[in-house]
Design a protein around this ligand. Structure first.
Ligand SMILES: NC(=O)c1ccc[n+]([C@@H]2O[C@H](COP(=O)([O-])OP(=O)(O)OC[C@H]3O[C@@H](n4cnc5c(N)ncnc54)[C@H](OP(=O)(O)O)[C@@H]3O)[C@@H](O)[C@H]2O)c1
Length: 255
């Protein structure tokens, strides 16, 4: 399918590997230009090498407002418009309620919620210059059902959904589409690490998780990236304010 992304520019955050990189890859495969960010320059260089000459990187920690400002200074040197923003960040640390300090809560608010707030606020003027602007928030199945030992994700990601749903009313009339995707288990380094940590505590192993997924496997980054590129593209021009699970059927609720 031609997603009509030629000559369009997208910012994909937290994208030197994993889900972010898969979205950047799907976008460049459809001839879009992408700017990616992450905290580690060496990983970003490798990522851009794998993406080809339509990709550029900038080193930025999206949990830091000063880095978000510098990232947009860089973007404005490259382009006068953005056609899409994929909002992604590293995951907040695992832990149960009694284990998590105030400091960790507040750092996680910056990482998971305020990164989305600041990226959105700074991107809007550039998005307004596009004829098909779109923002896609990457959250988690944890916005639909809590995941054990991931209290911070369970508590903070729903706030991003609340923001997205509110923005759908506030900036929809200006033509900017906003949506969210909720991955279940997509096989990335982070999922590998969570599996290993759970296994070392004698908790749910990969097999136990896969047993609960009707499609009988975890998703691949490519499957995730393709769906996200579609939602960001002009082909999804009437998809707005929506939450899409990408979970192989793992979520069992009716709504
Ligand atoms: N994979 C899944 O199945 C799944 C399911 C639900 C939710 N999620 C969530 O989706 C997000 C991405 O997961 P993933 O599986 O792709 O993880 P991953 O494979 O560990 O990749 C994380 C990427 O984010 C970058 N990053 C981390 N913290 C950052 C920050 N503060 N600022 C900028 N970049 C940052 C990392 O690069 P640097 O470390 O160099 O910055 C890396 O490029 C996480 O929040 C995760 O919790 C994933």
């Amino acid at each position: 399918m031609n997603l009509q992304l030629e000559e369009r520019t997208f910012l994909v955050t937290a994208a030197s590997k994993g889900l972010g990189l898969s979205v950047a890859k799907a976008l460049v495969d459809d001839k879009a230009n992408v700017i990616i960010c992450g905290r580690t320059e060496s990983s970003l260089k490798n990522a851009v090498e794998s993406l080809g000459n339509r990709a550029q990187y900038f080193v930025a920690d999206v949990s830091q407002s000063v880095d978000v400002e510098s990232l947009f200074d860089f973007i404005k040197e490259q382009t006068s418009k953005l056609d899409g923003l994929f909002v992604n960040a590293g995951g907040p640390p695992p832990g149960t309620f009694t284990e998590i300090s105030d400091e960790t809560w507040l750092k996680s608010v910056d990482l998971t919620l305020m990164s989305a707030v600041r990226l959105t606020r700074t991107a809007i003027p550039l998005l307004k210059e596009s004829d098909s602007p779109s923002i896609l928030y990457s959250t988690s199945i944890s916005v639909k059902q809590p995941i054990s030992n991931l209290l911070l994700s369970n508590a903070l990601r729903p706030a991003v959904i609340g923001m997205m749903r509110t923005l759908s009313d506030e900036i929809g009339p200006e033509g900017i589409r906003v949506n969210a995707v909720c991955p279940g288990y997509i096989y990335t380094d982070r999922v590998n690490q969570l599996m290993a940590a759970a296994k070392s505590k004698g908790e749910s192993t990969e097999e136990n998780i896969i047993d609960k997924i009707p499609l009988g496997r975890m998703g691949t980054p490519k499957e995730f990236g393709n769906v996200c590129a579609f939602i960001l593209s002009p082909l999804a021009s009437y998809v707005h304010g929506a939450l899409l699970l990408i979970d192989g059927g793992l979520y069992k609720g009716m709504m």
